[in-house]
Design a protein around this ligand. Structure first.
Ligand code: UDX
Length: 433
């Protein structure tokens, strides 16, 4: 099949490369000439494990091409995916749909025959209806079906998530469009990945409900972690003890410094806006957003507490800056609020991250960036594991203790055993245990 992917960012590029790998002919489009030139030269605009090789293979096979020419790319294709950004709109938290509608206008101006337009971007309920209205108004002469097909890709694991999905959700009542979408996902269909066909609005809401539910699960266990600290219980055992119940499930019950990233913070806010617009409040999600925001700052206070009575003038090493491992994404990362809280208290912050130093430096130029964990820890009064990169799971603790001014380890991801850390001479602070 012939597929056009509009938007070659994280979602568009991963989806386009994976569709090409399924055997389809895929054109990835982006307005950013620099990005397209880099992709044509084999350079990836983002860090995602396996992506560069996947792109190279499919470019070499002639199934994957890149262009800035949207109009030329949509002529005669079977499906046109819209995978442009939908950032939070400044001021009100609504999803900013201007890129989605601009792409729709351009598609309308360029389509040559019947096709299927698919919203892959995360868009509020009713956006498909608006996309359809634009296409109908501008091109009453062409039969275009509009389908919602949300993505559920985790950064750092996106290719695996795309190729072995828990489910594929396809929202449309148009039978011909369903047939096209079956063709697009044929290898997965044959693989018996569950495909849920539903209405377009339902599909749009599934994406938000899924992310809000996961954000709720994390926030729930984070509050239980605080309670564990207060009553002297162990949150890891609580997670296991409740997660073994199939109705609850073990995943997304790791207590930590709060969720960040490109999806949960933005999508929970957008869901609240939709709920407000339709006068159907989701109080639980309101609480989740509030609790998660305050948690990031509370983690800064936790580190200050571990430093003792007078943190002013002390030095802290932050290990891991990105919102989670295996990405260079700093969006809404807890490290930002933690670094801010430390600096506000007069603490010098040294930092290291395996992939995130450059994006972190752009956001927080005032920190001192180091080449590895040990350089960051040299002369520090505390080391804080903020993000659980593998590189921080097996630190040489005696070596670390020997180069620090005071051996204090704050483990915000619970990657160490208390006995091991204390045995190496550290004062140890974890989360919820
Ligand atoms: C998420 C969804 O998982 C994905 O389906 C959706 O399409 C996009 O948003 P992503 O943002 O890449 O993916 O990261 P994810 O692995 O879900 O983690 C999100 C945040 O939650 C991270 O900050 C992570 O550290 C945190 N988290 C996750 C926890 O604190 N505890 C957990 O148990 C799980």
């Amino acid at each position: 099949m012939r597929i056009t992917m509009i938007g070659s960012g994280y979602v568009g590029l991963v989806s386009g490369a994976c569709f090409a790998d399924f055997g389809h002919d895929v054109i990835c489009v982006d307005k950013d000439e620099g990005k397209i030139a880099a992709l044509e030269a084999g350079r990836m605009p983002i860090y995602e494990p396996g992506l560069e090789a996947l792109v190279a293979t499919n470019v070499a096979a002639g199934r994957l091409t890149f262009t800035t020419d949207l109009a030329a790319s949509v002529a005669g294709v079977d499906a046109i995916f819209i995978a442009v950004g939908t950032p939070s709109r400044r001021g009100d938290g609504h999803a900013d749909l201007s890129y989605v509608f601009a792409a729709t206008e351009e598609i309308a101006a360029a389509v040559t025959g019947p096709t299927v337009v698919v919203t892959k971007s995360t868009v509020p309920v009713g956006t498909g209806d608006k996309v359809e209205a634009i296409l109908r108004e501008k091109r009453p002469d062409v039969a275009v079906a509009v389908v919602s097909n949300p993505e559920f890709l985790r950064e750092g694991a996106a290719i695996g998530d795309f190729k072995r999905p828990d489910r594929i959700v396809i929202g449309t009542d148009d039978e011909a469009a369903r047939k096209v979408m079956r063709g697009v996902y044929r290898p997965l269909y044959l693989n018996e990945s569950p495909i849920l066909f539903t209405g377009r609005r339902t599909s749009e809401l599934i994406k938000y409900a899924a992310n809000a539910f996961l954000a709720t699960k994390i926030t729930f266990i984070n509050e239980i972690a605080d309670l564990c600290e207060a009553v002297g219980a162990n949150v890891q055992d609580v997670s296991r003890g409740i997660g073994l119940d199939n109705r609850i499930g073990a995943k997304f019950l790791h207590a930590g410094p709060g969720y960040g990233g490109s999806c949960f913070p933005k999508d929970t806010l957008a869901l609240l806006k939709t709920a407000e617009d339709f006068e159907s409040p989701v109080h639980i999600v309101e609480a989740v957003v509030k609790v998660n925001d305050s948690r990031k700052r509370a983690m800064g206070r936790k580190v200050l507490h571990a430093l003792g009575d007078s943190p002013k003038g002390k030095t802290v090493a932050l290990l891991g800056l990105t919102f989670k491992p295996n990405t260079d994404d700093m969006r809404d990362a807890p490290s930002i609020a933690i670094a801010q809280a430390l600096r506000d208290a007069g603490v010098t912050v040294r930092a290291y991250d395996p992939e995130g130093i450059e994006p972190a430096r752009r956001m927080m130029p005032e920190l001192t960036y180091c080449k590895d964990a040990y350089e960051a820890a040299a002369g520090a009064d505390a080391v804080v594991i903020v993000t659980e990169w593998d590189a921080f799971r097996a630190l040489d603790l005696p070596k670390l203790a020997s180069i620090m001014t005071a051996p204090v380890l704050v483990d915000l991801r619970n990657v160490y055993r208390r006995d091991d850390v204390e045995g190496a001479g550290f004062a140890y602070t974890a989360v919820g245990r």
